[in-house]
Write a protein that binds this ligand. Structure first.
Ligand code: BES
Ligand code: ZN
Ligand code: ZN
Length: 491
């Protein structure tokens, strides 16, 4: 998708097959008024006749073939003061989707001037770029080719903001990669494949890449990762990518992004029931977000060294599989009594976090589709945020606000730590019924040592059940942009 900018007060004509303009439900807004004027008031008359309420998601296409813009797509934006990132992404995505539907080659999008220039352009770029996302490699019939490959974003303060477009387009590529990885079926996306993709990303983006194979993992003593993968024919991997800013020294701060890369979670001997198995290819969404973010990290030019770490395994059943009742010694020496083989994410992350803690990084963020309990607590669209340092947790929260992703803080309640006590090992891998997302976070906390750490449980938002204008059903690429916003501002 080629995205260009144009200032709103440009004297050039709006010559395009499709011009999209947002309409607010309270006052319709100055962008609508300006375009309406060009049509001699035709648009406002039509909105009145059609009783168009400008609710978010509602659109109306008007043919204007006597004007330089041949069609005008009116997009409801709801109340002006309630407009957020998603509304802007949807505005641009509606334009692209309508253009594709009508086999048009391009579209113009008027962005509301009420949103500051770089935010409006960033979200507009993301919406336009990601509306063209499809996962159709397995469809052999009825695939409609996408025709719209050029979008012009119009905003009063667009001048000089081309770098914003470049960065947002790179971030969108990272999101698209994360979606592809999540959407890929487990037969073709297993640890070895995930590691190959990561190595390819490293090669293309000039990142350092170290892949630990099964022999290396055995030698290192990452026995929790080995235990989870013991029931699989396909061996585990530990993926380690590194971005080093130009001129980095021994004093340069280091941040590690750690993502759960469980390419298929059947639950192990605590096997999941039908209904819970079908979408469990998504269990590597945290790892996918890390690899997606690493793909775009150079464009965000962070001042810190960024490590991207993904422990990757399947969680299956066989005669060799680990069992409830096993006691396993982790990479940092702590022992874990396995009480449920379906609580495997925290096990592979525990070894990865202990590995990262040994690297002596300054900060860690981990991301994992970790618990169903998190979705019970916050619903399907919001990630839970935990941490052992309030200031850092707040920075992750602020990064999510800037990236326009839905994250909410949860407490690392020390009182629940007792639920993990085991009579025969240092801890059990599950707690009791209540507070499942919290006990999972408390388990991870045991493996970060004193390192400043935040944990995102992304079980809900990493997958979308229902198609939205810039997100088809499937992997969402959640948290790629959040991670980029975070590392770009860490020093
Ligand atoms: N991968 C699942 C969590 C999950 C559930 C992700 C739904 C996405 C959607 C995780 O490994 C798991 O099975 N967790 C268990 C933990 C329990 C055994 C303590 C769960 O949430 O039921
Ligand atoms: Zn599980
Ligand atoms: Zn899992």
């Amino acid at each position: 998708m080629h995205i260009s900018l144009r200032p709103e007060n440009s004297r050039a004509k709006l010559t395009t097959p499709l011009l999209a303009v947002g309409v607010f439900s309270d006052s319709r807004g100055p962008q609508f008024t300006a375009v309406d004027k060009l049509t001699g008031g035709r648009l406002s008359r039509l909105l009145d006749e059609e009783s168009f309420k400008a609710k978010p998601g509602k659109t109306l296409l008007v043919h204007t073939d006597d004007l330089p813009f041949k069609r005008c797509l009116l997009v409801g934006l709801g109340k002006s003061e309630e407009l957020v990132a998603q509304g802007l992404r949807d505005l641009a995505a509606h334009a692209v989707n309508e253009a594709n539907k009508r086999k048009l080659k391009g579209a113009f999008v008027m962005l509301p001037a009420s949103i500051e220039g770089s935010d409006a352009i960033r979200f507009g770029t993301e919406g336009a770029a990601l509306a063209g996302y499809r996962y159709d490699k397995w469809l052999t019939q009825d695939v409609e080719p996408l025709t719209c490959d050029a979008v012009t974003l119009i905003h009063a303060k667009a001048k000089g903001l081309d770098p914003v477009v470049v960065r947002a387009a790179r971030a969108s590529e990272g999101v698209a990669l994360a979606r592809d990885l999540v959407n890929e079926p487990p037969a073709t996306m297993y640890p070895g494949v995930l590691a190959k993709v990561a190595a390819q990303v490293a090669k293309e983006e000039g990142l350092e890449c170290k892949i630990l194979k099964k022999g290396d993992i055995v030698k290192a003593g990452m026995n929790l990762l080995l235990a989870v993968s013991a029931g699989s024919e396909r061996p585990p991997r530990l993926i380690h990518l590194t971005y080093r800013p130009p001129g980095a020294t021994a004093k340069t701060k280091q941040i590690a992004l750690v993502g759960k890369g469980l390419t298929y979670d059947a639950g192990g001997y605590n096997i999941k029931p039908t209904g819970s198995l079908e979408d469990m290819k998504i269990d590597m969404a945290g790892g996918a977000a890390v690899i997606g973010a690493m793909k775009a990290v150079a464009a965000f030019a962070p001042d810190c060294i960024v490590h991207g770490i993904v422990p990757s395994s399947e969680n299956l059943i066989s005669g060799e599989a680990y069992k409830p009742g096993d006691v396993i010694k982790s990479y940092n020496g702590k022992t874990v009594e396995i009480m449920n083989t379906d609580a495997e994410g925290r096990l592979i992350l525990a070894d990865a976090l202990a590995y990262v803690a040994k690297l002596k990084v300054d900060r860690i963020v981990d991301l994992a589709t970790l618990t169903g309990a998190c979705m019970v607590a916050l619903g399907p669209h919001t990630a839970a945020l935990f941490g052992n340092n309030d200031a850092f947790r707040d920075r992750v929260f602020d990064a999510a606000k800037r990236s326009g992703e839905d994250v909410w803080p949860m407490p690392l309640s020390k009182k629940l730590r007792g639920m993990l006590d085991s009579p025969i090992a240092d801890m059990k891998n599950i707690g009791q019924r209540w507070g499942g997302a919290i006990t999972a976070a408390l388990f991870l906390h045991e493996f970060v040592g004193k390192t400043t750490w935040a944990h995102l449980d992304i079980a809900g938002p990493s997958f979308s059940e229902k198609a939205e204008p810039s997100v088809p059903r499937g992997g969402t690429g959640f948290a790629v942009r959040l991670l980029l916003e975070l590392v770009a501002n860490e020093v």
